[in-house]
Design a protein around this ligand. Structure first.
Ligand code: SF4
Length: 226
């Protein structure tokens, strides 16, 4: 399978923020979000071909039971079930980070970290924008992911105006545990994160949603592989 990158760091976002974790970044994502911080993983050939055995060998060299499968978009990778099963068989705790645009049943996944994309992610290029709008939100898929897996829902917030769209999306999905909803400032740099965090914190105080850390931005200014 094509793996874009493997590295050892701290989980930066969500309920496991701060936990030392091995990251396995798969190649390929069709969404092309405007503010994506992993554009280098968009192309499905953007990486090296690894056997599952080799990948396991590399993952096991780091001293953590926590593995984060990220992308790109891992849920469109046909080899994902085999990858997750192999990691689980070696005793790992597995988080899958997904935009929630594709469903695979019965993965032995400990945490499905779902980040549905709002209209603030639409690319500026009109050709890319049309494809993005067609596929960024699939309510039926989000519902199935939530029903099947232990989950968290992370929304990227660019401005306080995003709140109405978040509420609308939650209403469409229906029956979401609001304690699992997290709001995350849209920020590519530490300065941007610090500037936007108070606005997102205010939204959290108003709604009861949880403020989502972005430790990789705060600690390393989003430097690749840190
Ligand atoms: S879904 Fe994630 S990986 Fe894909 S373009 Fe959007 S931010 Fe980037």
């Amino acid at each position: 399978m094509i793996i874009n990158d493997m590295f050892y760091s701290l989980q930066g976002e969500g309920a496991l923020a701060g936990v030392p974790s091995v990251f396995v970044r798969l190649a390929g994502c069709p969404l092309r979000c405007r503010w994506c911080d992993t554009k280098y993983a968009w192309d499905k050939t953007a990486g090296r071909d690894y056997s599952i055995e080799k990948m396991l060998q590399i993952v096991q060299q780091w001293p953590s039971q926590f593995v984060v499968i990220t992308g790109g978009e891992p849920m469109i990778c046909s080899d994902l079930p085999e990858l997750v099963q192999s990691l689980k068989a070696s005793g790992k705790h597995i988080t899958i980070e997904t935009a929630g645009i594709a469903f695979i049943p019965a993965l032995p996944c400990d945490l499905m970290s779902i980040s549905p994309k709002l209209s603030n992610s639409t690319p500026r290029d009109p050709k890319l924008a049309a494809a993005h709008e067609d596929s960024r939100l699939d309510i039926a898929v989000l519902r199935k992911l939530i029903d099947e897996y232990k989950y968290q829902l992370k929304f990227v917030v660019d401005s306080k105006n995003d709140l109405s769209e978040i509420k609308e999306t939650l209403n469409k999905i229906g029956n979401v545990d609001l304690e699992k909803v997290m709001l995350m400032p849209q920020a590519a740099t530490r300065d941007e994160l610090l500037a936007k965090s108070p606005m997102v914190a205010d939204l959290c105080k108003r709604t009861g949603f949880t403020l989502c850390h972005r430790l990789q931005v705060l600690l390393w200014n989003n430097e690749r592989g840190k």
